[in-house]
Design a protein around this ligand. Sequence first.
Ligand code: FAD
Length: 457
Amino acid sequence: MQSFDTIILGGGPGGTTAARILARAGKSVALVEKNHLGGTCLNCGCIPTKMLLGAVAPLALLHAQQRIRVAKGEIAVDFAALQTRVSRFTKGTSQTLGKSLASLGVMLFSGRGEAIAPGTIRVHAADGHTDIKAQHVILACGSSSASFPGLTPDHDCVLDSTDLLGIASVPESLVIIGAGAIGLELGDFFSAMGSKVTIVEAAPHIAPLEDADVAAELRRALQKNGITCHEGARAKDLRTVNGQAQLTLDDGTVITAAKALVAVGRTPNTGGLQAEQLGCKLNKRGYVETDTFLEAAPNIYAVGDVNGRVLLAHAAEHQGAYVAERILGQRPEEYQSGPVPSCVYGGMEVMRVGQTADTLLREGKNVKVSQAALSLNPIAQASGGTAGFVKTVWSDGRIAGIAAVGAGVSHLVMVALLLIKEGYTEQNLHEIMFAHPTLDEIVSMSILAPRARVEQN
Ligand code: FAD
């Protein structure tokens, strides 16, 4: 049986980051991937969605100029050409990733990994199986679209995000169940391409994890662009009927559309993994439980979506790097994520680092907010996208969170993160010179703006 220092299951951002670090340090590494290297992020997640949104982004900017009567004429995106470009790009990048890992000495196994004993993995490939063993195992198997009884993609008219990303033509209408980042981004794209989009969200507002004012501003923008939003509306049944998606809500309302997208969350890829054979425990939702060192059992680690901590690509990478360095003996300390940045991309974007006022109020904290409107910013004015604002959330005199909504605000996420991480307040912000004119300046304005106390509703 071939033996390695580390076996990594899953070639997404978590697994490939760990593989690269370990191989560069001279460790023998086996990377097992059942599908395509690059994982969800490259093949059916972050990258294809951003390539689609990137193609329509100039249209939104030009339409804004059209509204202020300084641009005219028609320009259109060729959907078939765009799909070909996305597919070529993701396939090519996946191949390049494979070559670069192989050049570092990573042994790539193409097949599904199954744990059969502590430290031993069986790789099921098209032509049979191989058993390999290692001193360390990193589970980086990621997650897949979740579905619920009555809300299960049939891959005909009821689709998951991977189906929708690969669709051959723009559906004339699209109903989306779930207004998290995935539902919102795909809704924004298909709306820009001409679909009549309806979004249904069970929580009180779209972007349920975000500040209610941020969500309200986003909803206004989506509705202005012709997207219908049903908030606090629970989907009961969704199926293909007579070649159309038919959605029935709890209150009996029936919505039909050419296609439906189920975007109600993710589920870990732990089915058939037999992680218990490695000594791991799965929680009720099937995620691998980890301790404060991301260890699931002695010498067995779980990183990225599969441990259910934060379902974002940069979190998977950050955890993959920590675990690899820990295996190398370089990280004796507990895993610390630091503030986690998150964004919703599209014509109208959302970004947040840290806590929302609501979350802090629920924890019984004293909360104040200071805010600056994007309309005060010259770069926002130049692009014609002045709707939105930046909100700074204060608790005990420190910045607990910064959130923004507006065109291009995803670009503010790292400045917000660094300001929070370095503990800046209005007292020492003068130590930083903000370039002028930049969108970043609106973050500084929001920190320096008068603060208002927030009370629980
Ligand atoms: P994954 O990327 O899911 O990779 C896991 C890999 O493991 C997969 O390739 C899978 O085939 C493989 N695998 C699973 N089981 C086995 C097994 N038993 N044996 C061998 N291989 C196995 N995140 C962001 O941060 N920003 C975004 O903008 C963003 N946009 C997204 C858009 C969409 C539509 C979706 C679906 C997700 C998006 N995400 C985004 C989330 C992001 O893709 C994930 O958080 C990230 O890919 C998780 O990385 P990972 O390494 O944990 O797992």
